[in-house]
Ligand binder design. Structure first.
Ligand code: GTP
Ligand code: MG
Length: 152
């Protein structure tokens, strides 16, 4: 039951791209497990991006991510962490392929509209950081046997 943490960043929210991002994950066949529209505070964001705390762009990154609401989501599916990253595209939109979310919707790395966990381990950490266990919904999409040939 692999899960990943996907977030639409404040620029994606202001630019009305939430729906397009959700649409792509839904159409792919992944299952939405949790979602909240929230204003993240600095403490949460500093934990979320703790691996980058020494980077020169870290203060700007925290400012950017706390500058408006984010749409935080948990998606589940086969290989969803890696496939989710592929769907988002390269970190820097100058390198993101057309057809990816960043490749299609943004221009600069400091305004790259979405976040996706970079490993199963960070996905688990990020899901636990952004959501309480009770906020993760257990449900069986009726399309499951049409998405997976075996019992996944
Ligand atoms: P996330 O999904 O947001 O974690 O992006 P990522 O995993 O593709 O990249 P990384 O974790 O290395 O960086 C996190 C975020 O910091 C990026 O998505 C960018 O928004 C921002 N960032 C990364 N590198 C730079 C940079 O060189 N300059 C600026 N201004 N921002 C950067
Ligand atoms: Mg990252």
């Amino acid at each position: 039951r692999e899960r990943t943490f996907i977030a639409v960043k404040p620029d994606g929210v202001h630019r009305h791209i939430i729906g397009d991002i959700i649409k792509r994950f839904e159409q792919k066949g992944f299952k939405l497990v949790a979602m909240k529209f929230t204003q993240a505070d600095d403490a949460l964001l500093q934990k979320h991006y703790s691996a980058l705390s020494k980077k020169p762009f870290f203060p700007d990154l925290i400012k950017y991510m706390s500058s408006g609401p984010v749409c935080a989501m948990v998606w589940e599916g086969l290989n969803v962490v890696k496939t989710g990253r592929t769907m988002l595209g390269a970190t820097n939109p100058m390198d993101s392929a057309p057809g990816t979310i960043r490749g299609d919707f943004c221009v600069q790395v400091g305004r790259n509209i979405c976040h996706g966990s970079d490993s199963v381990e960070s996905a688990n950490t990020e899901v636990a950081l952004w959501f309480k266990p009770a906020e993760l919904v257990n449900w069986d999409p009726v399309a499951k046997p049409w998405v997976y040939e075996d019992d996944f």
